[in-house]
Design a protein around this ligand. Structure first.
Ligand code: NAP
Ligand code: MN
Length: 270
């Protein structure tokens, strides 16, 4: 992780007017404090400030390929669960940043190693990697944990969620909220079918961060599954298996308030 002071701060903003206004204000304030705010993203920066909602944060992480530079978010989104700073608290944020009044939080990711009959691909996610069917069809998937067969899943799909993603799609599908410092993956079923014909686990399961979750589409379905990473769809032909793990690589977020997580959870979900 880079913690060198370079005085360079990247500002990554979405295109809505509020975000653009905040971006201009922030650039002005940071330059007055002798920070360098480059016009183009600079990978020597000590901090990435992302203006927008959770979606803007997720897009920034993917666009800049999971950088080591820590992120902080200014929320102009609908929810902004990742985005700790409110637009009206910018001055306080800058003062706290200069004084070093924050802790660096590690955000664990999820990695999918995708094997097809002829090829191999790798995808990384911040919130989750979900497997679903094309054309809204039911999918049939075999699920293994560390090569132990767990179930023949049948239903809309399976979400493999990170702790940070536990409050997103996984949560809407009945998954648990997982504190971000825990190194785990959560397997959450989406509308699982449990009937005389099929048996799928109805609830989510949480597995240690050093295990390997393997999902194999049943052979008739090897060309009919979608892989959805943080809301972006991918499709590969002839998938034989997908291994999900917690990669060594993480991303980092500044955290200015140690009570933030529970307060944020309460104010945004209850
Ligand atoms: P979006 O359609 O705007 O996302 C749906 C909502 O999820 C937004 O309100 C977003 O907040 C919020 N969100 C994103 N990450 C979150 C997190 N870690 N904790 C709590 N809430 C979170 O699309 P998007 O902004 O590009 O986000 C992509 C994410 O949407 C995916 O990774 C997936 O988790 C989620 N999603 C959820 C469902 C569902 O709940 N049924 C279905 C599909 C996708 P902002 O308003 O601040 O952007
Ligand atoms: Mn969004």
């Amino acid at each position: 992780m880079i913690e060198k002071e370079t005085k360079i701060i990247n500002i990554i903003s979405n295109y809505n007017r509020e975000s653009q206004n905040i971006s201009r204000l922030l650039i002005d304030k940071l330059r007055k404090k002798n920070f360098i705010v480059p016009k183009e993203y600079d990978d020597r920066a000590e901090l990435n400030i992302c203006i927008g909602g959770d979606g803007a944060f997720l897009r920034a992480v993917h666009k800049y390929q999971f950088p080591n530079i820590p992120f902080i978010g200014i929320n102009t989104g609908h929810l902004g669960f990742f985005q700790e700073i409110l637009p009206e608290d910018i001055d306080q944020f800058i003062a706290n940043y200069i004084d070093g009044n924050y802790v660096m939080e590690e955000i664990f990711l999820v990695k999918a190693d995708i094997y097809t009959k002829k090829d191999y691909f790798q995808l990384f996610g911040v919130n989750e990697i979900a497997i679903k069917g094309i054309k809204s069809k039911v999918v049939h998937l075999e699920v293994f944990i560390d090569q132990n067969h767990l179930e023949n899943f049948c239903g809309d799909g399976i979400i493999v969620a990170t702790p940070a993603g536990s409050t997103a799609y996984s949560f809407s599908s009945g998954g648990s909220i997982v504190y971000p410092s825990l190194n785990i993956l959560q397997i959450t079923p989406i509308s699982p079918i449990s009937s005389e014909a099929y048996r799928s686990l109805p609830n989510s399961a949480i597995v240690p961060g050093n295990s390997i979750i393997t999902i194999k589409p049943e052979y008739r379905y090897e060309n009919s599954i979608l892989i959805i990473v943080d809301g972006i769809e991918y499709r590969y032909d002839n998938i034989t298996k997908i291994n999900f793990t917690v990669p060594k690589k993480s991303i980092y977020k500044l955290n200015f308030d140690k009570n933030m997580y529970w307060n944020n959870l309460k104010s945004k979900f209850l």
